[in-house]
Design a protein around this ligand. Structure first.
Ligand SMILES: C[S@@+](CC[C@H](N)C(=O)[O-])C[C@H]1O[C@@H](n2cnc3c(N)ncnc32)[C@H](O)[C@@H]1O
Length: 371
């Protein structure tokens, strides 16, 4: 049987040294390993927890380090600090078991540093260090949501997401399910729906299961294959097509519902993507907001008279939600339906769910009618 801490350390070192994606590196390590369910869950918590709390761990560890250390040693120290202060592992066990999987030549150093870490409280000097996010994320969300909501959202996104399964067996977060419900509201059987950014197909399959005729489009063929296999697995009839949502190759006024579930900075789903907070940049937010706007402008003409356009994102920045909505309405004169009802919060002309609202993902949605 493999040692869970040794495996977690390998994965953390790959993330740190090779910039590997946390979910992919973890999945491939777990596939190769011989571990029971409990140990697999422990490895997952060590990898995701240490990755999320990276900044808080570094602050703790750096106080007791005189020189920079190589990635594998940093990973040992972070993983030790995470267990001691955030992972709920008793300090003596966390120190000795973590030192035991450190490279032999640095065990003395790791032991000395982790003992000091265990004897001291974190005492973070800033909120960003305490909650372990880059400064810009704290600043942006505090400005956009207000301090109390932003801090609570960021706190919740440091905890693992609960697993949620739809009635048909598909794994989909509750907040995403609520977006599909907004789109499907008032739809009659056989109505035509296009999801312009459909992969992996969570919302497209949910809408197809209500009896709508759903066309699932996405720019990326490989991701579109996921839609196809998800639909087949659920026994749903769903048409798929590769298409760029900024230039959708469909006839005008041909759909009762058009969904633009756009690519976004993902700041509402950070609990599912442990390393994402360290990858996303402020420039991404600006570029993605521009892309979302051009998708909406291209999507509007596809809506038939009496139909509805829905814009959704799994992020919480004002730039990608109310900002895009305002620019879109100014550019096109599109008419907003108004915010959906509770549990959605009112967010300008649209609705917002914060991660703390349903212990789920953060999502924003805006609807426009076409007469
Ligand atoms: C938020 S995800 C969609 C999630 C999906 N609606 C669901 O519920 O499972 C955004 C999708 O947009 C796709 N995408 C990115 N750029 C695109 C473009 N220019 N045109 C169409 N799709 C695009 C990505 O491949 C990604 O699958």
């Amino acid at each position: 049987m493999d040692d869970p801490r040794r495996l977690a350390l390998e994965v953390l070192t790959r993330i740190e040294r090779d910039e590997a994606f946390a979910n992919l590196a973890l999945a491939s390590a777990l596939d190769r390993a011989d571990l029971d369910r409990r140990d697999r869950a422990f490895v997952t918590d060590l990898v995701y927890g240490t990755t999320r709390m990276r900044r808080a761990c570094d602050h703790m560890v750096d106080r007791f380090l005189h020189d920079e250390v190589e990635p594998s040693v940093r990973s040992v120290l972070r993983m030790g600090a995470y267990q001691i202060h955030w992972g709920g592992v008793p300090a003596h066990a966390a120190v000795s078991a973590t030192v035991a999987v450190a490279p032999r030549r640095v065990r003395g150093l790791c032991n000395a540093v982790l003992r000091r870490v265990s004897e001291n409280e974190p005492n973070p000097p800033t909120r960003a260090i305490e909650l372990s996010y880059p400064d810009w994320i704290i600043e942006t969300l505090t400005a956009d949501l207000g301090e109390a909501d932003a801090v609570e959202a960021l706190r919740v996104m440091n905890r693992p997401a609960p697993a949620v399964t739809r009635e048909d067996g598909y794994h989909q977060d509750r907040a995403s399910q609520l977006v599909s419900e907004v789109v499907a509201d008032g739809l009659t059987n056989g109505a035509k729906v296009v999801d312009l950014c459909a992969a992996p197909g969570g919302k497209a399959t949910a809408m197809a299961s209500t009896g709508a005729r759903v066309l699932a489009a996405d720019r990326h063929q490989r991701r579109l294959n996921l839609v196809r296999s998800n639909a087949e697995g659920l026994g749903l009839d769903l048409e798929v097509v590769v298409a760029d949502a900024t230039q959708p190759p469909f006839r005008p006024a041909s759909f009762d519902r058009v969904l633009v579930d756009a690519p976004c900075s993902g700041l509402g789903v950070l609990r599912r993507r442990a390393d994402s907070r360290w990858r996303v940049t402020p420039d991404d937010v600006t570029e993605l907001a521009d892309l979302q706007l051009s998708m909406l402008i291209a999507a509007l003409p596809l809506v038939a008279s009496g139909g509805m356009l829905v814009y959704s994102v799994c992020t919480l920045t004002a730039a990608e939600t109310t900002g895009v909505d305002e620019q879109f309405r100014e550019a096109t004169g599109a008419v907003p339906v108004g915010p959906p009802t509770a549990p959605w919060r009112v967010n300008g002309a649209g609705g917002l769910l914060l991660p703390q609202d349903l212990d789920a993902e953060g999502m924003a949605v805006f609807c426009y009618t076409v007469t």
